[in-house]
Unconditional design. Structure first.
Length: 364
């Protein structure tokens, strides 16, 4: 579909598989990213490449690696589907030039997407996405043939490393969440993974902390049970039902790429993300004694402002898109950032939404 321009939204380029989102166009966008990295002098830093549980995601990721290899760029290719915040963490840990993640997050199953995160680890800011978008559309207009290097050859030349991205992230997460009160409480928790990348992440940390964990929808399903993998009240009906029957302490959920959270209380009631954000900010200020700014998007509750005022901290209001909150975190201006669509991050963590740490803080 060369006549349809590639357009990056607030979370990357997304499209319907086999319609807008095709292997040809993935190659074009990956080449545009390679050209962007070359222009920034970051080709030698390598790129983290990951993917979610959607149809063909791992194939798209492998195809991107062949384009990067043809450009002499080394890839750290995840050895399994991986949460979006883990990509962010690995970019920073490995000091990579950026990350390419094949995910459409919480969108319906017929969609896939490509999200590029630059070297600072957060969602790309508009100047970056505009540059990549412009380069991609120029390649499309010229009907440029994109060079690739077969995966086997790329491996032989050391341009691909099959990487376990899970262990380092989980080790780091255990240092950032106070699991001792969780361990002492011996919580009974129901976890809904919505068939996505959060499996063996959220449930693993909770089990290691001594919780009795029941997992719902913990296997890969590219159709997400026929629903969007969004942790909304409607989509968490199964979690709510089991909460009412099983005498659980709390229900926790993450979306398809584990960057958003959902919380159900002990009686099966869905807690609005705006309320969760306000509660967690207040908890972190009062229990941990955190001081500094808090950021929220323009569409997010002003409960954040009330909590911030109560705790004597400044509030930053941003435009829609977590990239602006992530940018403030990197600048050291905030200790907490949240948006109404169930996105959250905290100081000393990744400049990206992380539903896993949000759920663990709720348990804490």
């Amino acid at each position: 579909m060369p006549h349809v321009k590639i357009k990056f939204g607030t979370s990357g380029w997304r499209g319907v598989i086999a319609d807008d989102f095709t292997f040809d166009r993935v190659r074009v966008v990956t080449q545009a990213i390679a050209d962007h990295l070359a222009a920034q002098g970051l080709k030698d830093k390598g790129v983290i490449v990951g993917y979610d549980t959607r149809f063909l995601s791992e194939r798209f990721a492998a195809e991107a690696v062949t384009v990067l290899a043809a450009n002499g760029i080394r890839s750290f290719l995840s050895n399994r589907d991986v949460p979006t915040p883990v990509i962010s963490y690995e970019i920073i840990r490995r000091k990579a030039g950026g990350g390419i993640n094949f995910t459409a997050s919480h969108n319906p199953p017929e969609y896939n997407g490509l999200k590029f995160s630059p070297a600072w680890g957060g969602p790309a800011l508009p100047d970056t996405t505009k540059d990549v978008e412009s380069r991609a559309n120029a390649l499309l207009e010229k009907n440029t043939s994109i060079a690739v290097m077969p995966l086997s050859e790329a491996r032989e030349k050391g341009l691909v490393e099959d990487a376990d991205l899970r262990k380092s992230y989980l080790d780091d997460l255990r240092k950032k969440v106070d699991l001792e009160p969780v361990r002492k409480a011996k919580l009974k928790i129901a976890v809904d993974l919505l068939y996505g990348t959060g499996r063996d992440y959220l449930d693993t940390v909770l089990r290691d902390a001594g919780c009795a964990v029941t997992v719902l929808h913990g296997h890969r399903d590219a159709f997400f049970g026929g629903r969007s993998p969004e942790p909304s009240e409607e989509n968490l009906a199964d979690l709510s039902a089991i909460m009412k029957k099983g005498k659980y302490d709390v229900g926790l959920a993450v979306d398809g790429d584990a960057d958003r959270f959902g919380i159900i209380d002990a009686d099966g009631t869905y807690i609005n993300p705006n309320q969760v954000l306000a509660l967690l900010l207040d908890y972190l200020c009062r229990s941990r004694g955190w001081k500094g700014g808090a950021a929220r998007s323009i569409a997010t509750t002003h409960l954040i402002d009330a909590v911030a005022k109560k705790n004597g901290i400044e509030v930053y209001e941003t435009g829609v898109g977590f990239k602006y909150i992530g940018d403030l975190l990197v600048q050291g201006k905030i200790i907490f950032g949240g948006e109404e669509s169930a996105g959250l991050t905290v100081k000393d963590h990744v400049p990206e939404k992380d539903g896993i740490i949000a759920c663990l803080l709720a348990a804490e």
